[in-house]
Every structure is written in C-alpha cells, then in structure tokens.
Write a protein that binds this ligand. Structure first.
Ligand code: BJ8
Length: 428
C-alpha cells in the first residue's frame, strides 16, 4: 500500500515507527484488500476513490496532515477511538481528529505484558499498534482523547496514557436531564482542552463552519445509506463499510464530495436496475461492535457467500451519520450545547437502558428490506454480548431471522463463520 512515487520512509522514520514491521503490516493489509475488495464484481466505478484512499492510508494521508501542520493550516492532530469524541469541536479549534488504528492484532506478546489476555481485540489492537510502533496515526497524534465508555477501554487507557499524552472524557451511561447537563459541561471542557492544545480559540464562525462541514459529510452518508434499500443494491456492504471507516481518517470536504459522487452513481444504477449483487440476493443488516480498518472479515464472508450487507447499525455505520448537529445556534456556547446534544443520542451499549438501539435496528431492517439480521460482538465485549439477547427477542418479535456471532481479529474462525453464515443465508 506504500505510494509509488514518493519515498515515505523518511516520514515514517521521523515518527519513530518500526518501518520493517510496518512494511509487513502494509504487505498483509494490501494483500487482504486485493483479495476482499478488488475481487468484487460490478462495483460502482466511483469506488476507485476508495482504492486510492486505501493506498494512501498510511502514506499520502499522513503526509498531507503533517504538511498541513507544518504550513500552519492545521494546528494539531487529535486521535480518538470512539464516536463520542466530537470532531466538530476539534475542527473548530484548528485541529483535525482522526480515528486511530485498532482493527487488527499486533504484537500480542507485548500487549499481554500490560493487559489481560481476555481483553477485547479492539483494545488489544490499539495497544499493540502503539507498542509495535506501526500506526502512523497514533504516532502523529499530538493528543489522544479517550472516554470512559466500556470498562476495558477505561482501564486500557490507563496504560495507553503511559505511552501517549491523553485526555479522557467522562461519558454518562444513562440519559437524564442531569446527565444531559453533565455531558454538555464535559463537551465544553473538551473544547477548552483542545483550544489549549491548538492555541486557537473556537469562534462562532469556526464552529458554525465545522458543524456544517461535518453535517455535510453525514448528509452524504445518509444519502448513500438510502440507496442501499434498492434491490439489487447498487453498492456492497464492504465498500459501504470502508466509506464510513474513511470518515474517521480522510479529509472531510474531499471525502464528502467523493461520497456524493458515489451516491450519484448509485442512484443512476438503481434507476437502471444495476446492482453489485444479483436481484434477490439475501439482504443482511449488520448490527454490533464497530469495525475498525482492516477488520473486513465478516462482511467479506457474508458477501462472498452470496449475501449482501445492506446496512450497518454500529459506530462504523449508521450511528456515525444518522443524526446531525442542529445548525441553529448563534453563540459558541449554544453551538457547543447543540454538538453535545447530538452526541448524547448515540445508542451505544454503554448506556442503560438502551432499547433505542433495538428500535434503530428494526427500523433499519424494515427500511432497507433486510431478509435477516446478523449481530456481532468482538470477543470479551460484555455489553454487546449482553444486548444480543434483547436484540434477538426484538428481531423475533418484528419477524426478522437473527444470528449472533462472537468473533475476533484472527482468521482462525473464518471457516466456521463461513459455514454458519452460509446456513443462515440459506435459511432466510
Ligand atoms: S460509542 S461502541 S466506539 S464505546 S468492542 S472497546 S465497547 S469491549 S468500541 Fe465503542 Fe464508542 Fe460505544 Fe462506539 Fe469496549 Fe466492546 Fe471492545 Fe468497544
């Protein structure tokens, strides 16, 4: 995946990365990308943007951000691992927020010197990427904003903070008038911390612009989400997943334009009855834990087995784009409150009760004409594993066949998953 014309090694070395290990990572991910994405048939032509994005993920995109920082066009790079960290606030203070590497296993022996073996792969993943020095996003981040969401992350960040400068947000776990106010205060505190980091004050203009730009990205994703209701569906789940994954890493206005171009092409394909899978292919709604790059395993198995993923209710899916920030505020304080209110409505399993997530899933399954629901938890993610029972009952009540899967980042269970998914697709 390294760029062809520019030598990125000096940049990676300047970030103190282990370039030899990183070469191994890029080789493996490049191979996986080729096997999973480039073997798909009838992709919309405009998805070539995604191939380019993937090629530049650890090279051109990092250089672009570092160059922008050197030239003063962005002040700081702020890393995060969670949907509750508002990118509008970071952008309004002159920074850029990026999602950090967490989608693969790396340096497990090193990780297990600091974290229990039975820890969620996402948490072990980011710890390993840091200890192995193979993630240019982590290495180029000036500050990492964590959050007290699940117990694993909360405690995992205590070790991560020994490796990188961190700031932790306190996310409520229930929704009441009190916690709404507490969360608003928390987002105001984040704004102050980011201003301090970037040395740039958030103004009404800069925040209004950041809200509008991010809303435009979410609007483009909503548009793309809607075209997937068609049968045949114009774009694969794999490509759609990658587009949402890109939303955490790519330049916002450029990505928004690319998503709109993909949505344009998809709308034309729908009008012509063209699809990525044949009409009548079994339609799956995904729900569960997020899938960070390069965790494409499950979608690849579903789609190679002849199914098509038509929507994803997760943080690398609809939860990222379904709600917009109210664009109506006048003062910085009002706008920060609007940002906070939008983020408090993310239906993550850390909240209790969390029936709203069930309603989201059933609503999406209906709107997107899903034939069945696959709910997936990363191993040792207690909260999503717990919610799987209620989700199954909700799916049953609404008449949707349902399957729960627990998996991790290894390929060891790929054969078993394939067998189960083929049987599920057969049955629905
Ligand atoms: S808003 S889903 S990104 S917390 S899979 S690390 S929950 S043990 S990632 Fe998440 Fe924010 Fe919620 Fe979304 Fe813990 Fe579960 Fe691991 Fe998870």
């Amino acid at each position: 995946m390294a760029g062809e014309t520019v030598d990125y090694y000096p940049m990676w070395k300047s970030l103190d990365m282990d370039t030899e290990a990183h070469d191994g990572l890029l080789g493996a991910v490049g191979q996986m990308y080729g096997d999973m994405f480039l073997t798909q048939h009838n992709r919309p032509k405009s998805t070539s943007y995604l191939d380019n994005f993937a090629t530049n993920l650890h090279s051109g995109r990092i250089k672009e951000m570092l160059d922008a920082k050197e030239q003063g066009r962005i002040k700081k790079i702020i890393g995060s691992f969670c949907l509750y960290v508002p990118e509008e606030i970071v952008a309004a203070a002159g920074g850029v927020e990026v999602g950090l590497c967490a989608g693969a296993d790396w340096a497990p022996e090193e990780v297990e010197k600091h974290l229990p073996r039975n820890t969620c792969p996402l948490i072990k993943g980011f710890t390993g990427f840091k200890l192995g020095r193979v993630c240019p996003y982590i290495e180029s981040a000036d500050l990492v904003v964590g959050e007290n969401t699940c117990d694993g992350k909360k405690k995992g960040y205590e070790f991560f903070a020994t490796q990188k400068p961190m700031y932790i947000m306190d996310v409520p776990h229930v929704r009441t008038d009190e916690t709404k106010q507490m969360w608003r205060n928390e987002v105001h505190r984040l704004a102050e911390r980011i201003e301090q980091e970037t040395g740039q004050k958030i103004t009404a203009d800069s925040l209004r612009r950041a809200i509008k730009e991010t809303n435009d990205k979410r609007r483009a994703l909503q548009r793309l989400g809607r075209v997937r209701a068609a049968d045949p569906t114009p774009i694969s789940g794999l490509d759609s997943l990658l587009i949402t994954q890109a939303a955490f890493m790519d330049d916002t206005p450029r990505l928004t334009a690319a998503i709109n171009a993909i949505a344009d092409e998809c709308e034309q394909r729908v009008a012509k009855g063209e699809g990525v899978a044949p009409k009548g292919a079994k339609r799956v709604l995904y729900t569960g834990t997020p899938m960070a790059v390069p965790n494409w395993k499950l979608f690849n198995i579903i789609e190679k087995a002849g199914g098509v993923v038509v929507g994803e209710e997760c943080c690398t899916g609809s939860r990222y784009y379904k709600d917009l920030v109210d664009e109506g505020g006048e003062t910085v304080d009002e706008m920060i409150d609007n940002v906070a209110d939008r983020y408090l409505n993310i239906h993550c399993a850390i909240f209790t009760p969390n029936q709203d997530r069930e309603q989201d899933v059933i609503g999406m399954a209906r709107d997107l004409h899903a034939d069945g629901i696959i709910d997936c938890s990363l191993s040792f993610c207690t909260i999503y594993e717990m919610e799987a029972f209620g989700m199954e009952a909700a799916a049953e009540k609404a008449g949707f066949p349902f399957m729960h899967v627990t998996t991790n980042y290894s390929t060891e269970d790929a054969g078993q998953l394939k067998t189960r998914i083929e049987a599920f697709l057969e049955m629905i």
